[in-house]
Design a protein around this ligand. Structure first.
Ligand code: PLP
Length: 396
């Protein structure tokens, strides 16, 4: 094997890979309980709606400290449904970050409205309220701050902007269940919150799923109706809605997994803190830029995303991959520069902080169940990659 791959010939303590995410380390503890519930549902044959969905919604309303929770088929649908409830239409503009997952912007596009991209604050990676303010005009209908990587946006600023300008405030909480801004939970601060159960999220499900939160009774009614074909009574359609429901199997399993939520956030926070110590010990914290937790926020670390400066990000990522250490780039391209949005007319230089982040970010393993020795290996590999002399790097 050494003759085939000389890169590994000196690696005498070759160990197992460190994955970016190992879902099973959380899910194994609830396996029997979930399979028991799934067997019951299988035998009863009730796969849509029913008590499992109701119970999950009630549990999530407690978790998120909101009056209403409406389950749906994905986080992407949650965003579309929230925009439908806000009556966003063609001609309207909705301000979104360009540094986020695609769904934040595609939901706006799907309704025929125009996504308007704002730049980020380079320290938090979250959308910059000052830039948002400068983008507001008569067509602006809503703002979607994304609590990226598990960190809340500056919600005082967004609340103030939306109150002053009479705009809808829709929180994209897909990566941030349990995150807090001051003493408030995300999803309970704006008009509506949109969450995802995609398996890589902090409350990861067993397939696709999502939900919306609101404290407003009329919005809650509309969200529920829109998620079920716009149907107000059996076969009476007040609106043209969509089919977006959460399966009973999914709801039952997630209800069990809710029990782990505090533990999940706690472990992710401990892992983030451990990286801080390990980076300092390795004296890497001056060269690589670590993510931070603002004093008024409670971060839930869906991603631990560092910056690798000097144009060396891709090289460092490749060096980690060689040592079988998982790392990923969230996100490599500003949404403003995706081909599907070319007609919006953004070009390179439009959103400088977003573009720089896309060149520098690297997300490291931070999932619950990650061990201290695995974290040490991640940092050791980074140290090695970073300090490898340029001549050696050039020689490959
Ligand atoms: C994952 C994600 C979504 C979409 O959620 P899905 O359940 O995958 O549809 C939306 N916004 C952000 C920021 C996300 O990370």
């Amino acid at each position: 094997m050494n003759s085939i791959n000389p890169a590994f010939s000196f690696d005498t303590n070759a160990t197992s890979p460190v994955p970016l995410l190992d879902i099973n380390r959380s899910n194994v503890a609830i396996r029997d309980e979930v399979l028991q519930l799934w067997t019951e549902i299988y035998d009863q044959g009730g796969f849509i709606g029913g008590p499992h969905v109701k119970n999950l919604e009630a549990r999530l309303a407690e978790v998120c400290q909101v009056k209403h929770v409406i389950a749906c088929a994905s986080g992407s649908d949650a965003l579309v449904l929230a925009l439908m409830a806000a009556e966003v239409e063609p001609g309207d503009e909705v301000i979104v970050p360009a540094f986020t997952f695609f769904a934040t912007a595609s939901a706006v596009w799907r309704l025929g409205a125009t996504p308007v991209f704002a730049d980020i604050d380079p320290v938090t990676f979250n959308m910059d309220p000052t830039h948002v303010r400068s983008l507001i005009n008569n067509h602006t209908k809503a703002i979607i701050p994304v609590h990226l990587f598990g960190l809340s946006c500056d919600m005082s600023a967004y609340r103030e902007i939306c109150e002053q300008q009479d705009l809808w405030l829709i929180e994209d909480c897909a990566q941030s269940i349990g995150a807090r801004y001051q003493d408030q939970l995300v999803g309970a601060i704006g008009d509506m919150g949109c969450f995802s159960f995609y398996p890589s999220k902090n409350l990861g499900g067993f397939g696709d799923g999502g939900f919306m939160t609101t404290n407003d009774d009329e919005l809650a009614r509309k969200l529920r109706v829109f998620a079920n074909h716009g149907m107000t009574e059996t076969y009476r359609h007040e609106y043209v809605g969509i089919n977006s429901r959460l399966d009973s199997l999914q709801a039952a399993a997630l209800w069990v997994k809710c029990r782990q939520l505090d533990e999940i956030a706690q472990q992710r926070r401990e892992n983030a803190e451990r990286y801080r110590q390990l980076f300092a010990e390795a004296q890497l914290d001056r060269d690589l830029i670590l993510p931070t937790e603002p004093t008024d926020c409670y971060h839930v670390w869906n991603q631990f995303t560092i910056r690798v400066p000097d144009g060396r990000r891709d090289e460092v990522k490749a060096a980690l991959a060689e040592r079988k250490i998982g790392a990923a780039i969230y996100y490599p391209t500003p949404l403003s520069q995706q081909r599907c949005f070319a007609s919006l007319g953004y070009s390179e230089g439009s959103l400088p902080h977003t573009e720089q982040a896309c060149r520098e970010v690297l997300s490291l393993p931070v999932f619950p169940g990650l061990t201290m020795s695995e974290q040490r290996r991640v940092v050791a590999a980074l140290q090695n990659a970073w300090h490898q002399p340029a001549a050696l790097r050039a020689a490959g």
